[in-house]
Design a protein around this ligand. Structure first.
Ligand SMILES: *Cc1c(COP(=O)(O)O)cnc(C)c1O
Length: 379
């Protein structure tokens, strides 16, 4: 008789010190919660229009600028609603007429759908590839926004960010969904105009905010559309967000505790060595995870091209004899959480968040724990 997953006990010495491997919300470091406790009398419960909270917003903006080593003229813009809301904001305030999208999973498809549904925009051009790979964008007449996704969280595919061949900086914008990549993967500002994300992945905070690093060309586009007659709901108006952000404010009340957590994570990254260091931690975790999967008969990295494998979200297929749901159930019973495949992908797969906050040694411990579970399930 096979063991019931929930009855498997993983020996303590094999288990990770922290069992949180979710791909978002992701593991929050204890120091981030301590920062909230420190803020309890000074920041929490005070006006977001007064210096303490405005200075916090200003600190987050300048630390992101520093982390990404942004050239002069870039602006960090922020507002409420997370990355999903930013897609709608972009349809109103970034796309002039028509966009082209690299679609290779759930998240990248959603921005394309938002643009297709916007009555004031032309039909988007969609470049699609099979899940587990990514497509390449090509210059196309009449396209003013090229939409990329740095890391497709649903499949564990990452892409190098480059302006599509045949396009030049200034005429069209490269707009990147970096929700699960920002802080964990490297990129070059010369190849990008808008790099947007929410803070609940590599920045290990709560969700609900969106932040966007905007190049001078993107700022020009925001101002151009912002002074055009196009109707824009005020809460989705990128020009309104830009004007507030440059004053270290948001249009409406932000989640102050989330900003405190984000600020603490930025301090941790910057004090430790910046993006080279934080992305290096994820790279170390990824090398461990994919190396382990390659060395097991019954496990295979889902993304076949090693160059497209993500360092922040690892997807590992298991062979049919092993039920990934049973493996996840056994892990969960032992406090190792959220290793399940993306629900809509429907594969017999483990998916592992390897954001900078996750200790590389805990990813190694996870692989030992999976080995134990797989052999116990076969007993
Ligand atoms: C998580 C995620 C989103 C959605 O972010 P929300 O803040 O929940 O809207 C969008 N894109 C990618 C690539 C993501 O990983």
């Amino acid at each position: 008789m096979n063991a019931r997953p929930e009855q498997i006990t993983i020996p303590k010495e094999l288990l990770p010190a922290d069992g949180r491997f979710c791909c978002g919300p992701s593991k929050v470091r204890h120091e981030q919660i301590d920062a909230i406790v420190v803020a309890r009398d000074t920041l929490l419960g005070t006006s977001h229009r007064k210096p303490p909270v405005k200075n916090l917003v200003g600190a987050v903006r300048s630390k992101l600028d520093n982390l990404f080593q942004l050239p002069d003229g870039w602006e960090i813009v922020l507002g409420n609603g997370g990355s999903t809301v930013f897609w709608d904001i972009a349809t109103f305030g970034l796309v002039r007429g028509r966009s082209q999208h690299a679609v290779f999973g759930e998240f990248s498809s959603k921005f394309a759908h938002a643009c297709a549904a916007a009555p004031h925009l032309g039909d988007p051009s969609v470049m699609e590839s099979d899940v587990g790979t990514h497509p390449t964008l090509v210059a196309e007449e009449g396209i003013d926004v090229y939409a990329l996704t740095h890391n497709e969280t649903s499949t564990g595919v990452a892409m190098d960010l480059r302006r599509p061949t045949g396009t030049s900086a200034g005429s069209s914008l490269v707009v990147v969904d970096a929700t699960s990549a920002a802080g964990g993967l490297t990129w070059s500002p010369s190849e990008v105009d808008v790099y947007y994300f929410a803070p609940q992945k590599c920045f290990a905070s709560d969700g609900g905010l969106w932040l966007a690093a905007c190049s001078p060309a993107a700022v020009d586009r925001i101002n151009e559309i912002g002074s055009s007659p196009r109707w824009r709901p005020a809460s989705l108006d990128l020009k309104v967000a830009l004007d507030n952000s440059t004053k270290n404010q948001t249009y409406n009340t932000p989640a102050v505790a989330t900003l405190v957590m984000l600020n603490e994570q930025l301090d941790w990254m910057l004090d430790s060595g910046g993006l080279a260091w934080s992305s290096g931690r994820s790279a170390e975790s990824a090398a461990t995870l994919y190396g382990w999967a390659d060395s097991r008969e019954w496990a295979t990295p889902f993304v076949s091209n090693p160059a497209e494998r993500s360092n922040v979200v690892g997807t590992i297929d298991l062979n049919d004899a092993i039920d990934a749901n049973a493996v996840c159930a056994a892990l969960r019973a032992n406090g190792v959480l959220d290793t399940d495949a993306y629900r809509k992908l429907g594969r017999n797969q483990l998916r592992v968040g390897m954001f900078p906050a996750v200790e590389p040694s805990d990813v190694e411990a996870l692989t030992r724990s999976v080995d134990h579970v797989v052999s116990a399930l076969a007993d």
